[in-house]
Unconditional design. Structure first.
Length: 343
């Protein structure tokens, strides 16, 4: 999958772009050339207000540009929010104060360059599609397992977003109609996030600890009132049977969701990212086994399921790749609206 066309700088070289990955705790910014990081900065996210957050993004981008002396052609921005892609407006946002902000236009004005905005999981999926086993792929599904569960879908080398950009919410696909209530921004019960997120793992581990006070999980609950996800993973890695069972169960529920994604999208690759992916050796085989038992055989035998390779840089690289893709002629007209207010 090509990175996408780039405008030429005055000396004839491909112009770099800026990738911005906005999270609840940090803003990562990188100068991207040919799909790779040239230089990068991270600063804490200021979530005091929308204005404080926007000012913080502006400041760190300006700092990076000044440090590198580059003249970026465009910025791509990934945020943990639902985005109306056509307008670049944030429809909803849970962990950062951006709901209702016309982010594409506002950042375009502040940064004095065209800006493209998308959901952070979409950006991560675009980055992972460049580094799959065997080389870049045009068909990929990605799940990000963290506090919640995000998802991104790449079809024919492009991000799939649905009618207005709000689609591919893979974490909210129901895998058990009688399951627990989703702990995130979702009215459903029994969705993947309700079973496979860090929040869900902590809930289940705490319940086990309360029921078995003499166990390792029980001692964790007694000490702090709850079993934290990191502690559960550590217990499982140390061989604790209850913790290992919880992660295997997480894998089985994930596998149900993977089977649905394989049957729906027929991807070449399914990748699992996010913080919980670091414990993939404890649940990925369970997920594969469950998916294999449920997916159509002709589709499943053509897909690989693996842990994501980009790690923490996936979001910022994907944001840069997003900007490169949107430099195509069809994307230029829409994205150029981001700087209309300057003239």
């Amino acid at each position: 999958m090509p990175a996408g066309p780039q405008r030429a700088s005055p000396d004839g070289a491909a112009a770099p772009v800026v990738g911005v990955d906005v999270g609840g705790t940090k803003v990562a910014v990188a100068l991207i050339e040919n799909g790779e990081i040239v230089d990068a900065l991270e600063r804490p996210t200021d979530v005091a207000s929308s204005e404080a957050l926007l000012a913080g993004i502006e400041m760190v981008v300006e700092e990076l540009v000044a440090r590198t002396g580059a003249s970026p052609a465009r910025a791509g921005v990934g945020v943990p929010s639902q985005i109306d892609f056509a307008t670049g407006c944030v429809v909803s946002s849970v962990n950062i104060p951006l709901a209702g902000v016309e982010l594409r236009v506002e950042l375009g004005r502040r940064l004095a360059m065209p800006v493209v905005v998308d959901n952070d999981a979409n950006c991560a999926a675009l980055a992972e599609a460049q580094v799959t086993p065997g080389g870049p792929t045009s068909h990929l599904v990605m799940y990000t397992l963290g506090t919640g569960v995000g998802g991104g879908v790449v079809i024919d080398g492009r991000i799939f977003r649905g009618a207005s950009g709000l689609g591919a919410e893979l974490g909210h696909v129901v895998v058990d109609e009688n399951g627990p209530q989703c702990p995130g921004n979702c009215p459903g019960w029994g969705c993947i996030e309700a079973f496979c997120s860090g929040t869900a793992l902590e809930r289940d581990a705490t319940e086990v600890g309360e029921a078995r006070p003499d166990s390792r999980l029980g001692r964790l609950v007694a000490e702090s009132g709850a079993a934290r996800g990191r502690e559960v993973v550590e217990a499982a890695q140390d061989g604790d049977s209850a913790a290992r069972d919880l992660l295997k169960r997480l894998g089985r529920h994930l596998g149900v969701g993977l089977a649905g994604a394989v049957n729906t999208f027929e991807p070449q690759h399914v990748v699992i990212g996010g913080g919980l992916s670091r414990a993939g050796d404890l649940f990925l085989e369970s997920a594969r086994t469950e998916a294999a038992a449920r997916a159509l055989p002709a589709l499943f035998e053509r897909v690989s399921i693996s842990i994501a390779r980009r790690g923490s840089e996936a979001g910022v690289v994907g944001a840069g790749l997003l900007a490169l893709h949107e430099l195509e002629p069809a994307g230029d007209t829409a994205a150029s609206e981001a700087t209309e207010g300057e003239t």
